[in-house]
Design a protein around this ligand. Structure first.
Ligand code: S3P
Length: 169
């Protein structure tokens, strides 16, 4: 499979709690590349929170926002993009991301993810289902999509942000 390096972007994908945002921030410092988080981008653009978008406009609207962000960023070069955990749900997003650069999938075991996200209040997908079993089920459901999108896979279990960045570089 051909990997598109022309635009030199790095795109981080993966389930909630795999460290996309922290890794993106650190990578951005180390590589001196601008980083953009799709969730943050959407919150600024819509002038509200992800949680509110889900409760007021619904998930489908949020998924449309995610796709719009990718379209808006599609001509960028040399940036790091960290996507929301569900960015792979829309198949057209996978195609877009692959065209934009190198897609790096961060993975983690469900028990580790659970420990990382259990106190978070801003993940509407987990609001009513904050337990390891649900996390594991949803991860399996999305797994094929994550793998379909990934150029490189990095497991983050018991690794520091620095170590993960080293592996990516
Ligand atoms: C979601 C993950 C979240 C955010 C939204 C939906 C998902 O991003 O986009 O709450 O469907 O997995 P993080 O992966 O940064 O938590």
């Amino acid at each position: 499979e051909e990997i598109n390096l022309q635009k030199n972007n790095i795109i981080l994908i993966g389930f909630m709690g795999t460290g996309k945002s922290s890794v993106s921030k650190k990578l951005s410092e180390v590589l001196k590349m601008k980083s953009i988080d799709t969730d943050q981008y959407i919150e600024r653009k819509e002038n509200t929170t992800i949680d509110k978008i889900f409760s007021v406009n619904g998930e489908e609207y949020f998924r449309k926002c995610e796709k719009d962000v990718l379209l808006e960023l599609s001509n960028e070069k040399n940036i790091i993009i960290s996507g929301g955990g569900g960015i792979v749900i829309k198949e057209e997003n996978i195609k877009l991301m692959k065209e934009m650069g190198k897609v790096i999938l961060l993975t983690a075991s469900s028990n580790i993810i659970y420990k990382r996200v259990k106190h978070s209040k801003d993940r509407p997908i987990l609001n009513d289902n904050m337990n390891e079993e649900y996390i594991s089920t949803l991860m399996k459901k999305r797994e094929e999509r994550y793998l379909q999108a990934a150029d490189i896979i990095i497991n983050t279990d018991n690794k520091s942000i620095e170590k993960i960045c080293e592996e990516i570089i």
